[in-house]
Design a protein around this ligand. Structure first.
Ligand code: NAD
Length: 508
């Protein structure tokens, strides 16, 4: 890392020039060919591979992240993403035949062309500084866009290392990195982009959405947090404890998609806490404070926010509670709470705080989860098949895992995104390509169809209208009462001519 230039914010005066450069290059159509896109993706792959030691060190410096976690969730993740994208790019780029087209219109060969959106802005967050910045960038390159990446200033070493890679291996006319915080991001937002991709908290998400709305710029927002886990009395306490601790302790809990709070049926609470103690003793035999693989909180401001949350709870600490400002250490801390209004449930901890709220029934758990956050990024249901199905069908969330922590979000090629106020849009795998692609509907009208098309031209006449109806009007498969009509069984049962099925449905 020492060999790399220090973290320095880009001058805000340079930003319009950087924007102009990537916009102009997009309009030169350089980035459209598959050869160009693959050249960039492959260069990025090898650039990252060569910089792997620096990237691992950067995440250790920024977040105390172990090399194991950084490889698994950052460097190795992005490398695999590039290989997947490169391998499948020709298939993703291929025109698609349009679906559900009637015979007449099929002569125009309706199809979807996959067009790059243009010059895009990607704004990353600090917790997975490499994955959350380069993951969207891989999608943008694959889609044929040009891009400016603005990594999080709160992970400055990762930002430096990515700058080194991008400047050394990508075409500078198409791909630029801007460093900085609010002033630099604001200057970037003052430019007109063809898409803005933002990962981070909802307050800034609102700023981005408002700014984008001024120029009708499309956005993808990856927000999140405040995700519930619901554990029924029929769940396996050991599995629930191990899996939820895995999901919460990675990156010292600084994971948008991990559970923020656990709602548990009373009967299983003692077993769950017991199993959590056992699991923690297994995961950190000498205590988390002595495990150099356990991450640290990103900075003092975030550490203090977590400490204030812990100090403000009315709940009882049942496991952990140790903290150390000097090393930004925060022990995995389980707190039994009894009020859904407790700060640990109402706010996103984004750290290793694990509040557990005992409830009387599954219905109460679902009601409480929905009232705490109607549209979280993730939801985790533990119990029997019928119970977990009930939980899924009575809640909403961006994604969900059954009988696990955020497993769905650890599948690299599964589309990932929020719903409602936890975000809009998704990416990863093919979804990353789609995220930066415009599906352009195209037809080609053959010269020989002119006679057939005569009915569309004025002057409009009754005869033309009759012909138009004959050619285009669809026959309903439902009657006035809403019941189904048509089909062989309908005629055989002698229902033709009336809408008895609908009437019957209505009277029951
Ligand atoms: P952060 O501090 O790294 O900020 C994110 C980005 O917003 C940074 O690039 C920063 O420069 C920019 N920013 C900050 N203030 C701004 C402003 N006023 N105007 C314009 N840009 C500004 O990260 P964070 O936001 O604290 O991240 C934590 C939050 O993000 C949590 O709520 C977490 O749940 C969410 N998150 C979501 C995902 C996801 O994929 N859905 C991933 C990670 C984090």
């Amino acid at each position: 890392m020492d060999a790399l230039p220090p973290f320095t914010a880009t001058s805000v005066h340079e930003i319009p020039t950087i924007h102009r450069r990537v916009t102009t290059n997009f309009l030169d159509h350089t980035t459209r060919t598959i050869a160009y896109r693959q050249k960039q993706l492959r260069a990025l792959y090898w650039g990252l591979k060569d910089a792997e030691p620096a990237l691992l060190e950067a995440c250790k410096l920024d977040l105390g992240k172990s090399a194991y976690e950084t490889y698994m969730t950052e460097v190795g993740w992005v490398l695999n993403d590039i290989v997947f994208m490169d391998k499948n790019l020709a298939r993703f780029m291929k025109d698609e035949k349009a679906e559900d087209i009637d015979l007449t219109n099929s002569f125009m060969k309706p199809h979807i062309r996959k067009e790059p959106l243009g010059a895009v802005l990607i704004i990353g967050a600090y917790n997975f500084p490499i994955q959350l910045s380069l993951g969207p960038l891989v999608g943008a390159i694959a889609a044929g866009c040009t891009a400016v990446l603005k990594p999080s200033e709160n992970a400055p070493n990762a930002a430096r290392a990515m700058q080194h890679v991008i400047r050394n291996c990508l075409d500078a006319d198409s791909y630029q990195i801007v460093q900085g915080a609010i002033p630099e991001t604001t200057a970037l937002l003052d430019c007109k982009w063809d898409k803005i991709f933002y990962t981070g908290n909802a307050n800034v998400g609102t700023i981005i959405a408002k700014k984008a709305a001024e120029t009708l710029t499309p956005i993808t927002l990856e927000l999140g947090g405040r995700n519930p886990a619901i554990i029924s009395k029929n769940a396996d306490a050991r599995l629930a404890a191990r899996r939820l601790l895995w999901a919460k302790l990675m990156n010292a809990g600084q994971v948008c998609v991990s559970q923020n709070h656990i709602l548990v049926e009373k009967e299983i609470l003692p077993a769950l806490i017991e199993q959590m103690k056992l699991a923690l003793a297994e995961f950190h035999p000498k205590g988390a404070e002595n495990n150099s693989d356990y991450g640290r909180i990103v900075n003092e401001r975030q550490w203090q926010r977590l400490k204030d949350m812990l100090d403000s709870t009315e709940g009882k600490v049942v496991i952990g509670g140790k903290t150390d400002r000097a090393t930004l250490f925060f022990e995995p801390t389980v707190v039994e709470v009894h009020d859904p209004g407790d700060p640990l449930l109402k706010d996103e901890s984004f750290g290793p705080l694990i509040p557990i709220l005992p409830v009387d029934s599954l219905n109460e758990a679902i009601r409480t989860a929905n009232s705490l956050h109607a549209t979280p990024l993730g939801l985790y249901a533990f119990g029997s098949k019928a119970e977990t199905e009930k939980i899924l069908s009575e809640t909403r969330s961006g994604g969900a895992s059954v009988n696990d922590g955020f497993y769905h979000a650890s599948i690299p090629t599964l589309a990932f995104g929020g719903v409602g106020d936890s975000g809009s849009g998704s990416y990863r795998g093919k979804a990353s390509f789609d995220c930066f692609t415009h599906r352009r509907s195209v037809v080609t009208t053959p010269w020989w169809m002119e006679r057939l098309l005569a009915i569309r031209y004025p002057p409009y006449t009754d005869a033309k209208l009759k012909q138009l109806k004959m050619l285009t009007a669809a026959k309903p498969h439902f009657g006035r009462q809403g019941g189904s009509t048509g089909g062989l069984a309908w005629w055989v049962l002698g229902l033709g001519g009336s809408d008895k099925t609908g009437a019957a449905t209505r009277s029951t």
